[in-house]
Design a protein around this ligand. Sequence first.
Ligand code: NAP
Length: 287
Amino acid sequence: MSGILVFGNGWIGNKFIERYPEARMSTIMIEKLSDMADVLDREEPDAVINCAGLTGSPNVDWCETHQHETMMANTWLPIMMANECHKAGVHFTHLSSGCIFYGESPDPKGWLEFDYPNPAAYYSKTKAAADLVLADLPNVAIARLRIPMDPMPSPKNSITKITSYPKVIDVKNSVTVVEDLLSVMKQLADKRAEGAFHVVNPEPLAYRDLMDWYEEIVDPNHSNDWISEEEMVKSGLTAKKRSTNILQNTRLAEYGIHMRPTEEAMKDVLKQYAENLNREKSRNPQS
Ligand SMILES: NC(=O)c1ccc[n+]([C@@H]2O[C@H](COP(=O)([O-])OP(=O)(O)OC[C@H]3O[C@@H](n4cnc5c(N)ncnc54)[C@H](OP(=O)(O)O)[C@@H]3O)[C@@H](O)[C@H]2O)c1
C-alpha cells in the first residue's frame, strides 16, 4: 500500500479524512514502540500525519493536573513515531501548536518558526519539548496551528468557543482556518517538507473584528463584554494565562504553499458556519 496514514482519530484527524478520503485513519492506540512498528509494517504508507495528542477536557487546564498522560501523548508519542517512521523511510508530519509561544516576540512582526519557545502552561511545555527535538530531523515536518476556526459548530471549534464566552479577551491573535490547515497538511506530506511551519492565516485577527463579523454574518443578536488577559486569570476564569501571540508564517512559501488572507478566509468560514448553524436549528428547533 502507499499514501497517507493518519494517527489521532479525533477532531482534526477526522476532518482530514473527510477532506481527503484517499488517506487512511489508524485507529490503533499506540502504547509501545512495537505498536507503531507493527502498523507501519502492515499499512506501508508513504507518509504519516500525526493528529494524536491530548488537549485536555473540558479545556487545556486539565493538563495541569494530568501531567503524565499529557507528556506521554504530546512528547513521548510523536518522538517515538518519528523514530519508527525514520526506520521505515516514511515521511512524518506532526501537528503541534502555536501556543508554545507567549506574548511579545523578539521580532516585532511576530514569532518566527525557529524562535525558541517560552511555554507557561504544562500542555504548551509538552508540545514545545517535542518540537525542539523534531524540528531538526530530516523527513519530518511540524505544523503549528493556533485557534482553529471551522465551519461546523462544535465545542472544539474556536468560533463556537469564543462566541459562547460572556467576556472575551480584547487581544489580537494569529488564527488557523481549518480548511486551509487541511490543505497545508496534505501539501507538507506530499512535498516531504522538513522543519517547523507556522500554519496560520497571514494577518493576526483582532477579536473585536471577529465579533463584528460574527454579528454581521452569523447572529445580529449576539453580544459580549470585554476583559483583559490579567483580569481573566485573576477572576479565576482560567487556571493559567492563555498563550496570546502573533506568529509569522514565513516558511510555507519555501514549498510553494500559501494560506488565504485572514479576513477573506474568516468571512468565508463564518458564512458556512451560519449556514450550518441554521441547518442544525431547523433540524432541532429546541437547541
Ligand atoms: N484543537 C485545537 O484547538 C488544537 C490547537 C492547536 C494544536 N492542536 C493539536 O492538534 C492535534 C489534534 O488535535 P484535536 O483537536 O484533533 O485533538 P482530539 O480531538 O483530542 O484528537 C486527538 C486524538 O488522539 C488520540 N490519541 C491520544 N493518544 C493516542 C495514542 N497513544 N495513540 C493513538 N491515538 C491517540 C485521542 O484518542 P482518545 O480520545 O481515545 O484519547 C484522540 O482521538 C493535537 O496534537 C493538538 O495538540 C489542536
